[in-house]
Ligand binder design. Structure first.
Ligand code: SF4
Length: 447
């Protein structure tokens, strides 16, 4: 909805242009890129090193380019570098290459890996100075040595031609349909193309078993033209599902334990792998996710505004769960108690990424033992429900009452705990059965 044109072919050309490109081989560090289809910005360009949003000017296709976003220990929302850069003449590739060339020359950024990102440069010199440098760069000889024409590199894929045939018979809804109706209302949206729907598949903690993967592949082959898209919320979207097939697809998803309603809702808790597999992890964010999700499910929340609250937790400040942009976010930390350590979390309140606006949550002056985090979440949700004004969204409420009042709500939960036999559980992380220790390695990968 609201799409000016399909940005996908240009995203494909960008990949084909820059992968194995000489400039991108040894930059100070990675570049994370996002192309969004509309200003709803579901790819969240604001938190990326470089982001592209479709624009039209006098019938010419272009993009707004944003540069210098990122989360982690230095969260920044990417400012706009240019509000219109043409696509079909390859200017978007040219401008991007100029940005990368400037970034590549910043040897001072190579000194500290944790800060070797383009946002650090832009934070230092400002977007106006960076733009001036880009314009200077575009005068260089390298420009005439390149072929920026995106046409041969466009990723052109006629999905409609690939859409499943209309069959003469589909499973008919029958019996008690309340569960299906909930699913349809939360997970199914009509496509722009008449007769087709998209189905949002909620994948708990982003984890799929091999059986679920195979089952999903079968559904995709039969009912969504063989394709699916992943989402930044760790879910799947099946597109090109015939309206007539929605009930049957839901039944098949249910059989795989994937038919739950409510993606992007309060029970769709997102976490990074944390200490399950990440060597940088401090805490078991997956274990906490499980505990928080269970608590929120037990709260049996039906209130539509509370259901919209996003909860995310990361196993360290790097923020791979995107806790900075959650309404309620946490990152892993620890609390020293004598020679023992308690796994803990630092809360953030009031972040968002919904509707195209990126706001980083406010970090509370609090450090919660991880075993008390579900209690904190419940208190804040109850607090919001009890004290909010008519129709007031969670973040508006958080802004009105202030971060300190959220801290106040959990003051007792943040109190330190002594190491005793009764308190032993606080010294053991979620989904673990041994005393907690901080053990960090190099790199985010388990191997
Ligand atoms: S580096 Fe990322 S994935 Fe690893 S624990 Fe930290 S936030 Fe999670």
């Amino acid at each position: 909805e609201g799409e000016l044109f399909d940005i996908t072919p240009y995203a494909g050309a960008y990949v084909r242009y820059f992968v194995r490109h000489p400039t991108t081989q040894l930059m100070p560090r990675k570049i994370k890129t996002a192309f969004s289809a509309t200003d709803a910005d579901v790819a969240i360009t604001g938190i990326h090193d470089i982001g592209f949003l479709p624009r039209m000017r006098d019938g010419v296709k272009g993009v707004e380019i944003r540069v210098g976003g990122g989360t982690s220990i230095m969260p920044r929302v990417a400012p706009t570098l240019y509000d219109f850069v043409e696509l079909d003449n390859g200017d978007y590739l040219k401008v991007t290459e100029a940005c990368f060339r400037i970034f590549d020359r910043q040897d001072w950024l190579r000194v500290n890996r944790a800060r070797a990102r383009i946002k650090v440069l832009i934070d230092k010199i400002g977007i106006d100075e960076f733009r001036a440098q880009v314009e200077e760069e575009l005068k260089g000889d390298w420009v005439s040595e390149r072929d920026f024409d995106p046409q041969p590199k466009l990723f052109v894929h006629d999905e409609e031609a690939n859409a499943p045939e209309l069959l003469s018979h589909y499973a008919e809804p029958n019996g008690d349909l309340s569960e299906f109706e909930r699913f349809r209302s939360d997970n199914v949206a009509p496509q722009r193309q008449a007769g087709f729907s998209t189905i949002h598949v909620k994948v708990t903690r982003g984890d799929l078993t091999p059986e679920q993967f195979r089952g999903l592949a079968d559904i995709m082959r039969d009912r969504s033209g063989g394709y699916a898209r992943t989402t930044v919320e760790q879910n799947f979207v099946l597109r090109w599902v015939r309206d007539e097939a929605v009930y049957e697809v839901w039944q098949r998803l249910k059989a795989l334990d994937l038919g739950e309603a409510g993606p992007m809702k309060v029970t769709d808790v997102v976490s990074c792998p944390g200490t399950d597999s990440c060597k940088l992890g401090i805490t078991s964010s997956m274990g906490l996710n499980r505990a928080v999700q269970q608590r929120v499910e037990e709260m049996d929340i039906h209130d539509p505004l509370t259901r919209k609250v996003h909860i995310k937790m990361s196993g360290c400040p790097n923020g791979c769960s995107q806790h900075h942009i959650a309404n309620i976010g946490f990152y892993g930390a620890s609390i020293k108690v004598g020679d023992k350590t308690i796994p803990a979390y630092i809360p953030h309140i009031g972040g968002t990424f919904v509707g195209g606006e990126v706001i980083y949550g406010t970090r509370l002056k609090s450090r919660l033992p991880s075993k008390r985090v579900p209690d904190a979440v419940e208190r804040w949700l109850r607090y919001y429900e009890a004290e909010r004004r008519e129709g007031e969204e969670f973040n508006d409420f958080a802004e009105r009452v202030g971060a300190e009042s959220f801290t106040e709500q959990i003051k007792d939960l943040a109190l330190p705990v002594e190491f005793t036999v009764e308190n032993m559980d606080f010294f053991i992380d979620w989904s673990r059965d041994e005393l907690y220790r901080v053990v960090r390695g190099e790199g985010e990968c388990a191997v």
